[in-house]
Design a protein around this ligand. Structure first.
Ligand SMILES: *[C@@H]1O[C@H](CO)[C@@H](O)[C@H](O)[C@H]1NC(C)=O
Ligand SMILES: *[C@@H]1O[C@H](CO)[C@@H](O)[C@H](O)[C@H]1NC(C)=O
Ligand SMILES: *[C@@H]1O[C@H](CO)[C@@H](O)[C@H](O)[C@H]1NC(C)=O
Length: 438
């Protein structure tokens, strides 16, 4: 998306930047929301893991916030496929009622169920993969009334290296899922290999952009070696949260309704980061239009975690019908290490989100200039006044989004704690009323 297109779309006010072709299955018109087993449980999953998470999700009223998919990641499998039919089978010790039994219980709670497989000979956990078995696997998932498939990339037998080869391998499952007649959200997980933001929008609802996330703010790890996802030759894993934000920055505008950049399952609540860091994490996954998949143990999460994941004002940024990911306006490297970043995104009804992140080990005080925040929108937008709402403060009624009053030209003296992000909703406003203290 060029600045001009954003500018034009704002003024035309009719076609959103996302009004273009995507996979035609009617799903994920806003980024998918839910919970996935992997970050907390890895391969140690069972019917109980999945069903108790589903129950906890309902008990905590998370459906009211948009969370709806319960996704079983790797290792639900038996040791082998059915020797007679070739159909996939579940581990009967861990899933005594089969996947259909889990699916029924999750559906009875009013939720949707996801499963995991791999576009390779084996899954990453060493179970049987779907390469060469796409049709029977899709058909079986549909019989189990599955609503969502996460489709990984391990053991792909070298079928990667060009966008066409990767496209062909992943499109086989698109076709197989479509042939079942059941709408199944298709979430591909090939770690950004061969640039899925270019080849996947017409065959999948979302695509992972990088190696796996790690529950740390910005710790560098040799196992996530690339400095950019463009032409990254080894995506790896153990990618720190803030590195994934950097990875996403150049490919964000490839997202559209029904086709999203997946920044991976969230780490919020898993314990490796503090409150401000998880607020940063949650805010960016929302603003950049990543799927919002929780990864902590829902049955034991803290009140602090619950309060982060139920910030409905921030979730609304993710689910905004304009479907336009925020853009980074600037990134300033600091002499003592780390950086500060200014982000801005367009929302419906001529509203905007502005976010300032302190990715440095020290407190910072910054003036946010509207010249920078509204660089893409031009002079009128840079000069007009805005009413700002702080989306991580509550108003007197306990609702997220404290009204800070009217601002023109800049947001002066913004104080940021270490690894904190401030997120403001900006609505164009007449300049008569008074500004309050930040
Ligand atoms: C569930 O959340 C919705 C949306 O925020 C709210 O209106 C409702 O009161 C909540 N219900 C319970 C039982 O907490
Ligand atoms: C299958 O693809 C066709 C053509 O793109 C589309 O109209 C239909 O809705 C798809 N069906 C499912 C179940 O995804
Ligand atoms: C969490 O909040 C609930 C409801 O407000 C309260 O009953 C409970 O004691 C809190 N738990 C903790 C660990 O603070």
């Amino acid at each position: 998306m060029s600045p001009f297109l954003t500018y034009a779309a704002v003024f035309l006010g009719t076609v959103g930047p996302a009004a273009v072709q995507a996979l035609d299955n009617g799903l994920a018109l806003t980024p998918q929301m839910g919970w996935n087993t992997w970050n907390r449980f890895g391969c140690d999953i069972s019917e109980d893991t999945v069903v108790s998470a589903a129950k906890a999700l309902v008990e905590h009223n998370l459906t009211a916030y948009g969370y709806e998919y319960i996704i079983m990641d790797d290792c639900w499998h038996a040791d082998s496929r059915d020797p007679d039919t070739g159909a996939p089978r579940a581990n009967t010790d861990r899933f005594p009622n089969g996947i259909k039994g889990v699916s029924d219980q999750v559906h009875a709670l009013g939720l949707k169920i996801g499963i995991y497989s791999d576009a390779g000979k084996y899954t990453c956990g060493g179970k049987f993969g779907s390469l060469g078995f796409e049709e029977i696997d899709a058909k079986t998932y549909a019989e189990w009334e599955i609503d969502y498939l996460k489709y990984d990339n391990c053991f792909n037998e070298g079928q990667a290296g060009t966008p066409q080869i990767s496209y062909d391998r992943y499109a086989k499952m698109t076709k197989a899922l479509n042939a079942t007649g059941r709408p199944i959200l298709y979430s591909i997980c090939n770690w950004g290999e061969d640039g899925p933001w270019n080849f996947a929008p017409t065959i999948a609802n979302s695509w992972r952009i990088s190696g796996d996330i790690m529950d740390t703010f910005d710790r560098y790890d040799e196992r996530c070696p690339c400095t950019s996802v463009i032409d990254c030759k080894y995506a790896g894993y153990h990618c720190a949260m803030a590195r994934i934000i950097d990875f996403a920055a150049p490919v964000l505008q490839k997202a559209r309704k029904g086709a999203w950049n997946d920044m991976d399952i969230m780490e919020v609540g898993l314990g490796g980061m503090n409150y401000d860091e998880y607020v940063t994490h949650f805010s960016f996954w929302a603003m950049l239009k990543s799927p919002m998949l929780l990864g902590m143990d829902l049955t034991t999460m803290s009140n602090e975690t619950l309060s982060i994941i139920t910030n409905d004002a921030v979730i609304a940024l993710n689910q905004d019908p304009w479907a336009s990911p925020a853009n980074r306006q600037w990134k300033r490297e600091l002499p003592d290490g780390g950086n500060i970043q200014l982000w801005q995104g367009s929302l419906v009804d001529n509203q905007f989100v502005i976010a300032l992140m302190n990715a440095s080990p020290k407190e910072q005080t910054v003036d946010v200039e509207f010249f920078d925040a509204f660089f893409d929108q031009g002079k009128t937008y840079q000069q007009q006044p805005y009413r700002l709402f702080d989306l991580w403060q509550k108003d007197d009624k306990g609702k997220w989004g404290k009204d800070l009053g009217i601002f023109q030209g800049s947001i002066p003296n913004v104080k940021l704690g270490v690894h904190q992000t401030r997120v403001w909703l900006a609505k164009p406003a007449p300049s008569s009323s008074k500004r309050q203290e930040l």
